[in-house]
Design a protein around this ligand. Structure first.
Ligand SMILES: *[C@@H]1O[C@H](CO)[C@@H](O)[C@H](O)[C@H]1NC(C)=O
Length: 323
């Protein structure tokens, strides 16, 4: 049952990815509109056109998009259907949403909500950094404050039970100098998690089963300004050994990675490639970096899709205790 569900999610995401390609090279923070315009003009052939898309109520209730541009929604009926625009961008970017207009009567539960994160099946991401500021609800007027996500994924949820009513938003992507929580688009790619010397947890989540390989590890070793360190190799079960800084590798049944099941928790200084990868057969694959703030930590990870025929040989199969 569980396995079937995670496959369905994986297929759903890969289908969306084909239609919604990530934009090409980004062109820096937009400081003033005129220079941004000329800059993008010179590179116009390499950039996707700004999109103007009308949401098709029958097809796009669960819409995943990695594009910038303008989206329009007009309700086809008086039904109180809840739908979502799931926005995602590159790991080192943030998402800004501007409501151009909201014409949604508040009667009968009409609502448009900005969510600084993702919500799926009652679970939110990133759950461990959640607070009330992450949700802004409105109906008959535009939100007063600026809406910019803290990480590379955000969501607009809406329910417009009034035929002909709707809203329009413009989505923009901006650079994020210090990404902490990161959602991977699909289950492919190389990503480096860092704590920038700070205390707390940062994580990468792939919304699918995945193969995770650690390409480079420097966790719980390098003190500030220390340039030369001895290779310790990879140390396993670091959390059980009582070490303060470590990387948890595992998965979760749903977006809430605070409940993740942990295959191993590793630390040390190891720059040798070619360790055995971890096969994670969970709805979501999660790597979490836990930092005390005493070290400059970084871990570089390669994610690849987990082939269906490898699921039975997986190192971690989530939700086994409920089967
Ligand atoms: C970070 O993760 C650890 C689990 O390894 C947890 O005990 C701790 O509460 C988390 N910290 C925060 C700030 O969420």
């Amino acid at each position: 049952m569980k396995v079937f569900f995670c496959i369905a999610v994986a297929v759903l995401f890969s289908e969306n990815i084909n239609g919604l390609l990530l934009p090409g090279k980004e062109f820096g923070r937009i400081k003033n509109p005129a220079s941004a315009f000329s800059h993008s003009f010179t590179r116009a052939r390499r950039l996707p056109r700004p999109t103007h898309r009308v949401i098709d109520p029958t097809e796009d209730c669960f819409l995943v998009t990695s594009e910038e541009g303008e989206l329009f929604f007009k309700s086809p009926s008086d039904e109180p259907t809840v739908c979502g625009i799931y926005m995602i961008t590159d790991p080192d970017k943030r998402i800004q949403v501007t409501f151009n207009y909201i014409d949604v009567p508040c009667e009968n539960g009409g609502l448009v909500a900005w969510v600084d994160g993702w919500e799926l099946n009652g679970q939110v991401w990133p759950a461990d950094a959640w607070d009330d500021d992450r949700v802004v609800e409105s109906c008959d007027r535009r939100p007063a404050r600026k809406l910019i996500s803290r990480q590379n994924a955000a969501l607009i949820q809406y329910r417009v039970p009034a035929r002909g009513k709707g809203f329009s938003v413009t989505i923009r992507h901006f650079r994020n100098a210090r990404p902490c929580n990161v959602m991977l688009f699909g289950s492919e790619g190389v990503y480096t998690l860092r704590n920038h010397g700070e205390t707390g947890n940062c994580s990468v989540i792939a919304v699918s089963p995945a193969i995770v390989r650690v390409l480079d590890l420097n966790v719980g070793q390098s003190l500030r300004r220390n340039l030369l360190d001895m290779e310790t190799g990879t140390i396993h079960r670091c959390m059980k050994r009582g070490l303060s800084d470590y990387v948890d590798i595992g998965g979760a049944s749903g977006l809430d990675h605070t409940n993740m099941e942990i295959l191993d928790s590793i630390c040390g200084l190891d720059s040798t490639e070619g360790r055995r990868p971890a096969f994670i057969a969970c709805e979501d694959t999660v790597v979490r970096l836990v930092s005390s703030g005493r070290y400059l930590n970084s871990v570089t990870l390669a994610f690849a899709p987990l082939p269906l025929d490898e699921i039975e040989h997986a190192d971690l199969l989530c939700g086994l205790e409920t089967l």
